[in-house]
Design a binder for this molecule. Structure first.
Ligand SMILES: Cc1ncc(COP(=O)(O)O)c(C=O)c1O
Length: 365
């Protein structure tokens, strides 16, 4: 299929850019002597995850159990579920998943959850691999660093059905701090308690074979930490407008990784002062305070105009869009944009190379 034949709106992945992103991150992590377990929450697509593993990743991180189930059934291993699994029915699904993919790991931040996991693991005859999730300032999940984390680690280590592997600390509030120097400062401060907790675990003889964390925004910051063993960045493989604007080590835009996804839309109506495209609230993430951006198509500004429509305001009347014209846009935020599509069209130049299923789309359970 030619790129221009893809029905719109559609999600496109530029294969050349995507592959360069994988190669760059793999080389960076290797040079730092660390491991990479990229976050599949970004794309929810087993084919992308497989390519990340082929490029050297240990496996993938999954935000939710449902994502992990899809990844495991697609043959991926080395899964780390980075959100606590608490509901009794979910705990049962987790033990079933551990039966299928025994190296799957889950994080914990509460003693009751530790005991519930241990009970279910014993009843179902599996061993669950566990990381202690440490709160590093994002005010989301995680036990407090230091003594509380140590106590939780000891509790995990005592459970017969559980195997303690180490620690996770995700400082999400640092990922989008504007400017590399400010981001580095914020992230190192946030991650220091995790490193101290690691030292306490070591002194107590608890395993710290894995200490996981980090994001695309801090990929070349957190790897400076001697005690971090693996990076769980996600967005780097495709990037988005939100990440591009945070600035890189070298300048005002984060250009370390290339913008590899776009949404293609068709101009379906034209008027004197505007044009409408067939991509609206259902085609792009809407969680950022800035709109999608037309790619190499000057003269128009995109604004949301309802579920199915986007309004193009003409900033250069000499470049007024034509009825039927196809325009591609960079989405503001990659993760929730992927989650809007059943499949991604993979393009190399003008050719559609493949269509990959976003098989874990909607699997926030
Ligand atoms: C637990 C966890 N780890 C890592 C990441 C990093 O992802 P990204 O590189 O896309 O910012 C996220 C993103 O939300 C996350 O929730």
């Amino acid at each position: 299929m030619h790129r221009d034949e893809i029905p719109t709106p559609a999600l496109l992945l530029d294969l050349d850019r995507f592959e360069r992103n994988l190669t760059r991150m793999a080389a960076h992590v290797r040079a730092a002597g660390k491991n990479l377990r990229p976050h599949a929450k970004t794309h929810r697509c087993p084919e992308i995850a497989s390519r990340q593993v082929a490029a050297g990743a240990l496996g993938v991180a999954c935000a939710k159990l449902g994502e992990a189930e899809v990844m495991a059934r697609a043959g991926l291993r080395g899964l780390l579920i980075t959100t606590e699994v608490v509901a009794p029915s979910a705990v049962r699904r987790l033990t079933r998943l551990a039966g299928e993919a025994p190296d799957t790991m889950v994080v914990v931040d509460h003693p009751d959850n530790v005991r519930a996991l241990a009970r279910a693991a014993a009843e179902d005859g599996v061993t669950l691999d566990v990381l202690v999730d440490v709160h590093v300032g994002a005010r989301r999940t995680g036990t407090e660093p230091g003594d509380p984390a140590l106590a939780l680690g000891r509790l995990v280590a005592e459970q017969r059905g559980l195997r303690l592997r180490g620690l996770q600390g995700y400082a999400g509030h640092c990922a989008h701090v504007m400017g590399w120097a400010a981001r580095r400062d914020t992230s190192h401060k946030a991650m220091a308690p995790l490193m101290e907790t690691r030292a306490r675990f070591e002194a107590a003889g608890l395993p710290v074979e894995i200490v996981a964390g980090g994001s695309t925004g801090t990929y070349n910051i957190d790897l400076e930490l001697a005690g971090l063993t693996e990076l769980q960045a996600g967005s780097y493989c495709v990037m988005d407008l939100d990440y591009r604007r945070i600035g890189g080590r070298a300048g005002d835009a984060m250009t370390d990784f290339e913008m590899a996804i776009t949404v293609v839309a068709t101009v379906v109506s034209v008027a004197a002062d505007r044009a409408m495209v067939d991509a609206g609230l259902k085609a792009f993430s809407t969680d950022k305070p800035f709109p999608p951006e037309a790619v190499e198509r000057p003269g128009v500004d995109y604004g949301f105009a309802g579920d199915e429509h986007g309004r193009l305001t003409l900033t250069d009347p000499s470049r007024a869009p034509k009825l039927g014209e196809r325009i591609e846009f960079f989405p503001p935020h990659c993760d929730p944009t992927f989650n809007l599509y059943d499949r991604v069209h993979v393009v190399r130049g003008t050719t559609v190379d493949a269509v990959w299923e976003i098989a874990a789309r909607g699997r926030s359970d």
